[in-house]
Design a protein around this ligand. Structure first.
Ligand SMILES: [Zn+2]
Length: 110
């Protein structure tokens, strides 16, 4: 295998793992109420939207800011989210956006 082929294989494996992680978070979001798990809290100061998502055990409420219709535009203040990991709270917000007209607005803005 050439260096280029090895690099391509590496990127493909990483992309597949990343995709599996995102799909797992979306499954968890559906299992925890789907779009209804994300409660709207109005606009944020960047022109995006703010949502609240309650933890699975009900003990904490996390804030999710979304500034575009993409995994990379979701920021949650849960422990995973603070480390830049896409969490199910963020996935729930994207599901909510899909169900709302805000999705169209964010798509056209990005
Ligand atoms: Zn989170």
């Amino acid at each position: 295998m050439t260096d280029q082929e090895q690099a391509t294989a590496l990127v493909q494996r990483q992309a597949a793992r990343y995709r599996e992680q995102i799909e797992g978070r979306v499954r968890a979001a559906w299992a925890n109420g789907g779009p209804r798990a994300a409660k709207p809290r109005g606009r944020n100061d960047r022109g995006g939207y703010r949502y609240s998502v309650t933890s699975r055990d009900g003990s904490r409420v996390y804030t999710v800011n979304v500034d575009g219709f993409d995994v990379g535009n979701v920021a949650c203040d849960c422990p995973a989210g603070q480390h830049g990991t896409f969490c199910w709270h963020g996935a729930a917000v994207l599901l909510r956006l899909l169900a709302n007209r805000e999705a169209k607005r964010l798509r056209s803005a990005s």
